[in-house]
Write a protein that binds this ligand. Structure first.
Ligand code: FAD
Length: 262
């Protein structure tokens, strides 16, 4: 690992002031530290944002569940508020990685990193989430996740919180990689009065809303409605874990399972 300066900051103003093209924010460190150890990331300044009080916590107001960016996966998994308002989100958090990852990793870090196999991005898309940032922006998740490890965040912009719209029903199903538990394919279904969202992670280079599945389930919320939908393998990832065709098939299988479990 190369030498770097470590800064434990108390507020967002201090974090933004220290930010530069050679810096990175540190939350749980579950992605940043391994990538530094492997020499994939080299930074002059590491800005640790875990001490910023404003960035953590869980709150329900009306139809919105708000989660602070530095809230850890274990806190989401165990939260009474999350279990009551969106139980599928608590279950998703419980299924991330292993106890160490869940005790260190944060929701903001996961979303900012936008790994193509990460779980939370699918929850954001399915649950009509907005991402609140230090640049006073409220970004719809459909516009937030831009591509492979790419988001709408600008350099030095910090995620402050994520607001999820509480659905009528929802469920998340994934086929976890047996080693890391990242999703080989994960499908998040959520039903609202206005329609149903089906978000898919792990299958392509970036999380996406499967419009055909969403439309079919918005018209008829039953697993049989999915039978008629064709899932193309075009653009699906193909690797040692699963071929594109296998992933396409899993999207359909897991969408049906999620609807049946709602
Ligand atoms: C062994 C292992 C297994 C894993 N399994 C899974 C899994 O099954 N499912 C899954 O979804 N994930 C999994 N992960 C990833 C895990 O969820 C991490 O917590 C997540 O990727 C990064 O969160 P972090 O808080 O550790 O972020 P960090 O590593 O601290 O930061 C990651 C990136 O996000 C940026 N960042 C962090 N916080 C903010 C913020 N508030 N605003 C702006 N930028 C920010 C950092 O600058 C950095 O670029 C796994 C990781 C490991 C090591």
């Amino acid at each position: 690992m190369k030498k770097f300066n470590y800064h434990l900051v108390k507020d967002i103003k201090e974090a933004k002031k220290l930010s530069s093209p050679n810096s990175t924010f540190l939350a749980g460190g579950m992605t940043t530290i391994p990538s530094m150890k492997l020499g994939l990331g080299t930074y002059k300044d590491i800005i640790d944002i875990k001490g910023i009080k404003k960035l953590s916590g869980i709150k329900v107001s009306g139809k919105i569940l708000k989660i602070g960016a530095t809230t850890k996966h274990v806190e989401v998994a165990n939260s009474k508020e999350v279990k009551k308002s969106i139980p599928s989100l608590a279950a998703l958090a419980e299924g991330i990685g292993d106890p160490q990852v869940r005790n260190k990793g944060t929701i903001g870090g996961s979303i900012a990193n936008n790994d193509p196999a990460a779980d939370y991005p699918s929850a954001c898309i399915a649950l009509n989430a907005s991402i609140n940032t230090s640049n006073n922006r409220k970004i719809d998740s459909e516009n937030f996740f831009r591509g492979l490890f790419e988001t709408a965040l600008k350099k030095g912009e910090i995620i402050e919180s994520i607001e999820f719209e509480i659905p009528l029903k929802s469920n998340y199903q994934k086929f976890p990689n047996p080693a890391s538990r990242y999703a080989i394919v994960g499908v998040y279904v959520s039903k609202y009065k206005s329609g149903t969202n089906v978000a898919v992670t792990g299958a392509k280079s970036c999380v996406y809303n499967d419009k055909d599945l969403s439309k079919a389930l918005s018209n008829n919320f039953s697993s049989s409605a999915i039978d008629k939908v064709k899932i193309s393998s075009s653009g699906m990832s193909s690797d040692i874990h699963a071929s594109g065709n296998y992933r396409a098939n899993m999207v359909k299988v897991f969408a049906k399972k999620a609807v049946e479990a709602c």
